[in-house]
Design a protein around this ligand. Structure first.
Ligand code: AMP
Ligand code: MG
Length: 408
């Protein structure tokens, strides 16, 4: 039985990013760049004014003072988007707006606040440092500058820069399409009142939301009965997706058909069961190049498995270079006692906060694997290594910070 770290390595080793596609900038937010993006152009494209004011030759104003203002002849107005038709000759200036191209001959911009304006002249009452309030062509981004590395999740600022340098579309890895199947004769839809022995299907919503939260596209399937033929037909269809998740029916019960049916359909088993609590009977198969996760039905276990194994796997499919949530050391305020001699890793749901410069965590409440409310307030998972059956109050623990992005 693999440890959690071994299981994750077994999964990730088998997966490669989905083939790149070209996405228009408007559809690229949050996707991973499929290759390093380099600017082919410079920003700003031309030297321009950083202020509303007057484009001047600094040398003309060297002797200016409040007692002896220098008067310059104004050649005209340059709005942003306009192009000057004459250079600034000695003794002249263009009125210029922020972003308008600096006329030839000018080397400096006097802010309008520092001037007195006449009909066709302007007076300046002090000298200016040569070059001030001028934005030079290429001073922001030069042609050839590396903008984003391959595998980087595109953020709003990246998209703005890509637009500025004239990239209307970018090579990205697509969102993975993920079939989500919940299995169990006991399950009813959230909108139904469960009859005797029945419960509502919590997993379809929790798991699809987790899939969507990592940028992939969940494809919720109709609930599947614990019946071989139905399950086989549903799985056959699910294998069209890029990745397949099932919940329930993966254990050793008489109605747990996911494992045998996947193998009948030709999926190659990589492992079944991980040495962890909650959620031991996680199965992982490869159906050709497609990962198939058989996730236990218990909602806490299911969500935990998606967080710890499915999410990094989907991120790899989607080409992200950062696969793992931030890890941090913390203090477990309330302590914890497990089963003596347990050889499994335990994941506890905790609320973590920073206090006095230290990360402090509290359990969310009872940690039974059927206690779904333990997920309600959790913002982190504490990872208790195999062989540790007790953490003293105030003892050190390792956290996976499940509310922070992988590239935090
Ligand atoms: P299983 O993995 O099928 O043995 O299910 C383990 C436990 O999780 C049982 O108590 C199931 O009723 C429960 N369970 C399974 N699937 C779901 C689901 N989709 N939503 C809520 N509870 C579930
Ligand atoms: Mg079941």
């Amino acid at each position: 039985m693999p440890t959690p770290a071994e299981a994750l390595a077994l999964i990730l080793d088998r997966l490669a990013p989905l083939p790149p596609v070209t996405a228009p900038l408007g559809a690229a937010l949050g996707l991973a760049a499929a290759r390093a993006l380099v600017s082919a152009e410079q920003v700003p494209p031309f030297t321009n004014s950083a202020m509303d004011g007057y484009a001047v030759r600094a040398g003309d104003l060297a002797a200016a003072s409040p007692e002896h203002p220098v008067r310059l002849q104004v050649l005209g107005d340059l709005a942003a988007g306009a192009v000057p038709d004459r250079p600034v000759a000695p003794g002249t200036a263009w009125r210029i707006m922020t972003g308008a191209p600096l006329p030839d001959g000018a080397d400096t911009v006097v802010p309008v606040e520092h001037t007195v304006r006449g009909a066709d002249w302007v007076e300046v009452r002090g000298p200016l440092r040569k070059g001030i309030h001028v934005r030079h062509a290429g001073e922001d981004i030069r042609a050839g500058l590396a903008l984003v590395p391959a595998g980087h999740a595109l953020r709003p600022g990246d998209l703005g820069v890509l637009a500025a340098v004239g990239m209307p579309a970018v090579p990205v890895h697509p969102r993975a399409r993920v079939a989500v199947l919940t299995t169990g004769d006991e399950l009813v839809d959230v909108s139904e009142k469960p009859g005797p022995g029945r419960i509502r299907d919590a997993n379809i919503h929790a798991v699809c939301a987790q899939v969507a939260a990592c940028g992939a596209i969940p494809i919720p399937f109709p609930r599947v009965k614990d019946d071989r033929a139905t399950l086989s037909a549903a799985l056959r269809e699910a294998l069209q997706a890029d990745a397949i998740l099932t919940t329930g029916g993966i254990s050793v019960g008489d109605y747990d058909f996911v494992k045998p049916i996947l193998e009948e359909l030709g999926a190659e088993r990589v492992f079944w069961k991980v040495a962890q609590k909650p959620g031991g009977p996680l199965g992982f198969w490869m159906a050709g190049s497609k990962p198939v996760f058989g996730i236990p039905g218990n909602p806490v276990a299911a969500m935990l498995m998606v967080e710890e194994y499915v999410r990094p796997a989907l991120r790899r499919l989607m080409g992200f270079s950062a696969l793992h949530r931030p890890v941090a050391e913390a203090v477990l305020e309330d302590g914890w006692t497990g089963k003596a001699g347990d050889r499994r890793t335990t994941f506890l749901r905790v609320v973590a906060r920073t206090e006095g410069g230290r990360l402090r965590a509290r359990l969310t409440g009872p940690q039974g694997s059927a206690i779904l409310s333990s997920m309600l307030h959790a913002n982190a998972l504490a990872v208790i290594p195999a062989g540790t059956d007790r953490v003293e109050p105030g003892g050190a623990i390792t956290l996976h910070l499940t509310e922070l992005a992988e590239d935090h």
